[in-house]
Design a protein around this ligand. Structure first.
Ligand code: GYE
Length: 627
């Protein structure tokens, strides 16, 4: 009895459920395959509601992309803003035997465990709105903290230095996207006491709720606010109506989503009902494209795709709409012509770096990209000079692995003025103006640090565990993130103490030297070494052996990268745990560079999927490890 026949029987079997589902939740099925036609895959789409214009747009974009694929069938459910109904919908889709679930959620705290369970059985794409943790195949959506932060900067620009009072209208509570937006907004505003948030309202993403609540708050208020920040355009329109009804003037309204439809954010900006909105792509198209890649077992599937948001206001809306119009057609029929990519590599400091450089060189050959790869020998000034050289050479795209987070504004502004897009490879930077870079491809370093610490606190029960930390290059994104994530988990486990953190630079040599210093100072009081990469960990292992102690048993050792070097140390028991950091970024960099030259919008961040390895797991995997 094969899949298609199963499909028929399940259809029959579950029609009763469907009827119930129809009674309680909204269901719809489509896919370009006619009922009789073979389908290879059945995908379930669970929506939290179809009351919001943004969720409706997401479904449209999903359907438009599904229509291009003959061999898939999609079942859509709509929970009409009921968490209980959405949990039931997901359960019924599971019983229906779907091959993959695409789910967008409102209530992340209640839905996270449901999605984690589903993920144990089938691939799950979390779309548009996140869940806590990493128990899913792929997240596609925006960085909501970034949207809140950008909204705060826009508010401060609009109000000027004199500051002012602000009303914030949130979507719903216990929704990650609302919490992160609010956190980004408030944390950025609070840096300057001139800006005061007078009220925080919760209006369920709904226009009328926002209108009613704001009317209540403002009708008894002597001093109306100077600005209103609504988490979506529907509530921003509600705010506009409330102000109109109360006859109030000169109150700036900022919304979010930027849907290009009737009463959508773009129309509200054009009609000057709101001043600013933030384009928040739904990711519907990408979700179906990746769903098929996952079902066809494509090798490299990222963990997170963070889509870029564009700030739209009355000063740039005309340009945005024109560019959008041009972009829709620009890459049609454009021949895939060879492109030149200038890559400024940071150095040769580690096994990771060697594998990373090789991946880039091989992928360029594979993709027919002309690669100019220069090495900065871990010298930022030299790396800046290399980028300047690429600008002079008028390469099509520049990519680089930034040695440290700061000091890139000037040279990146020159690249921007030269119209050359910039891809950040494996390390992020910290610049005020995020338009100075186009896309980041790499890992979530904070999560890597958390994973290292989680293993340790789960592994180690005894009191007073003393840790030596061997840090990577100071002010580099991996070192900063791995330290932050590790300390975050340790903060919840007070019997784990970092005795001292030593300034390393990701090299074997410095790792060994630092460990020698630590052993001289703390000797047998050391229980654990946390090394920010394998190379420093291996150096530490040698120092511990020379000190006459047994690495892996007298002193537990944790590293990050999980290169073959680490696998060997794990399988000999000298290393205890390694957190993967994937260096094979070449193929994704080439794909992004080509898409950029074709005028396609590429994600703001592509976060790689990564694992962790115990000694036992490494033993099983070592043969397959190719770097
Ligand atoms: O972990 C380390 C290398 O930037 C993520 O740099 C990379 C780090 C990697 O030196 O081995």
């Amino acid at each position: 009895m094969n899949k298609k026949m199963i499909f028929g029987t399940v259809l029959l079997g579950t029609s009763m459920c469907l009827f119930l589902l129809y009674m309680f939740g909204q269901t719809e099925m489509n896919g370009s395959a006619s009922n009789q036609q073979e389908v290879d895959y059945v995908i379930g789409v669970s929506q939290p509601n179809l009351l919001e214009p943004w969720q409706v747009l997401m479904n449209e974009e999903l359907k438009n992309e599904v229509a291009k694929h003959e061999n898939i069938r999609v079942i859509y459910t709509d929970a009409a803003q009921s968490t209980e109904q959405q949990i039931r919908d997901i359960q019924t889709l599971k019983e229906y035997g779907i091959d993959l679930l695409i789910v967008s959620i409102d209530n992340s705290s209640d839905l996270t465990p449901v999605i984690s369970d589903m993920y144990k059985e089938i691939p799950v794409i979390v779309l548009g709105r996140g869940v806590t943790g990493y128990n899913y195949t792929l997240y596609i959506g925006s960085d909501y903290y970034f949207i809140g932060e950008t909204a705060a900067k826009a508010a401060m620009n609009l109000l000027g230095n004199k500051g002012g009072s602000i009303v914030e209208i949130q979507g719903i509570t216990n929704a990650l996207q609302a919490e992160e937006r609010s956190k980004g907004f408030q944390e950025t505003l609070h840096k300057n006491p001139a800006y005061k948030i007078s009220d925080v309202l919760v209006a369920n993403w709904q226009r009328d709720d926002a209108e009613d609540q704001l009317k209540q708050v403002l009708q008894h208020r002597d001093n109306p606010p100077d600005l209103i920040y609504a988490h979506n355009d529907a509530m921003a329109l509600g705010a506009y109506r409330a102000i109109q009804a109360l006859g109030l003037k000169d109150i700036i309204i900022i919304g979010s989503d930027g849907v290009n439809k009737h009463n959508g954010g773009l129309q509200l900006v054009q009609e000057k009902k709101i001043y600013t909105t933030f384009i928040t792509p739904t990711g519907g198209k990408e979700a179906i494209q990746y769903a098929i890649e996952i079902l066809e077992k494509k090798e490299v599937i990222p963990k997170k795709i963070i889509l870029r948001n564009h700030e739209i206001n009355e000063t740039n809306i005309k340009n945005y709409l024109k560019e959008k119009e041009v972009a829709v057609h620009s890459h049609e029929g454009v021949k895939d012509h060879s492109i030149t990519l200038g890559f400024a590599q940071v150095g040769n400091e580690s096994e990771f770096r060697a594998a990373n450089t090789q991946s880039i060189v091989e992928a360029a050959k594979e993709a027919g990209v002309e690669l100019l790869l220069k090495n900065a020998d871990n010298d930022q000034e030299k790396q800046i000079e290399i980028i300047r050289e690429f600008i002079k050479q008028k390469v099509d795209v520049i990519a680089f692995s930034p040695k440290v987070e700061h000091g890139w504004e000037e040279v990146l502004r020159e690249a921007k003025e030269a119209g050359i897009p910039v891809i950040l490879s494996d390390r992020e930077i910290n610049v005020k103006d995020s338009s100075l870079w186009t896309s980041f491809i790499g890992s979530d370093f904070v999560e890597e640090g958390r994973r290292a610490a989680r293993w340790l606190v789960n592994e180690e029960a005894s009191e007073g565990v003393h840790i030596i930390e061997l840090e990577g290059t100071r002010n580099s994104a991996p070192a900063e993130g791995r330290k932050q994530g590790f300390e975050e988990i340790l903060a919840e486990n007070p019997n784990f103490k970092i005795l001292e953190s030593y300034q390393g630079d990701f090299t074997h040599e410095i790792g060994k030297k630092m460990m020698k210093n630590a052993l001289d100072q703390y000797g047998k009081d050391i229980d654990v070494v946390y090394a920010h990469n394998d190379d420093m960990a291996i150096g530490a292992i040698e120092a511990i052996e020379e000190f006459g102690l047994q690495p892996g048993s007298d002193i537990r050792i944790i590293s990050i990268d999980a290169t073959k070097k680490a696998f060997r140390a794990l399988s000999t028991g000298k290393l205890n745990f390694s957190v993967e950091c994937n260096p094979l970024l070449g193929p994704q960099i080439m794909k992004s560079a080509k898409d950029l030259v074709l005028g396609k919008e590429i994600p703001m961040k592509i976060i790689t999927a990564e694992r962790t390895f115990t000694q036992e797991e490494a033993g099983k995997e070592i043969k397959k490890r190719n770097y």
